[in-house]
Write a protein that binds this ligand. Structure first.
Ligand SMILES: [Zn+2]
Length: 237
């Protein structure tokens, strides 16, 4: 399974259950995070953006360790500026990694940008969707390793919206993932982002109220089929 996110902490607050459950099944996981989160509102005791970036890189590594992630990588894009990145080049970097790692399943944010409608999340969604389809096409990036087509693309969605915020326009879900077996690890991984402690505290009630499940949409798969309900990202593979 390959997961593509924008910021350190995305991997746990949004996808921690899916990663934890995959680890329990012995599934190899590769998390790619595009920025080191220097534009965060919560800055811990960092004196500069660079220092915050260094802190958040270390927090990301610890969070991945807690979630049992087997491979992780943090790229060098600027936090809050992904919409200005070169789309073709950024997608190519993901294509190259898909062709090398050969994931069956690729997961990312929905095009809504998740609960905070973050533009970086939206761009990650679009880049990953393009890379998923281009990875299997010999005419796309012919110089970047041999074509490899991952089998399924899922995007994250939700069954609730955060009150007092402008609501995202969420996609429906096809997967309802019971993450209770990984819930405590998900919370622990989030707490490992110590620079984001106020955010962890502020969102605690959301996880208490809604934290037993994660929701995903099957966005692309090998065979034409009606949308059907699944309880696992790997069902039938
Ligand atoms: Zn984020």
């Amino acid at each position: 399974m390959m997961l593509v996110v924008a910021h350190p902490d995305d991997e746990c607050f949004a996808f921690g259950g899916a990663l934890g459950l995959a680890a329990d099944c012995g599934i190899e996981t590769y998390v790619i995070c595009l920025t080191d989160g220097q534009a965060a509102t919560h800055r811990g005791d960092a004196a500069s953006g660079e220092e915050l970036g260094r802190m958040r890189r270390a927090e990301f590594v610890e969070s991945c360790r807690i979630l049992g992630v087997t491979h992780h990588e943090l790229l060098d894009y600027q936090d809050g500026r992904l919409e200005f990145a070169d789309f073709s080049r950024a997608a190519g970097r993901l294509v190259e990694r898909m062709r090398r790692f050969k994931p069956d399943v690729v997961v990312t944010f929905g095009s809504d940008g998740s609960h905070n409608t973050h533009p970086d999340h939206m761009i990650v969604s679009m880049l990953t969707t393009a890379a998923f389809h281009w990875s299997g096409r010999p005419k796309r990036y012919p110089g970047l390793a041999l074509p490899f087509q991952p089998r399924r693309l899922f995007t994250q969605t939700s069954n609730y919206i955060v009150p007092d915020r402008q609501a995202p326009l969420l996609s429906p879900w096809t997967v309802e993932l019971d993450i209770r077996a990984a819930k405590e690890r998900k919370a622990e991984a989030f707490r490992a982002h110590t620079s984001q402690a106020p955010l962890v505290e502020k969102t605690k009630w959301l996880f208490e109220q809604h934290g037993d499940r994660e929701f995903y949409l099957l966005l692309a798969s090998e065979a034409p089929q009606p949308a059907t309900h699944m309880t696992d990202l790997f069902e039938g593979l």
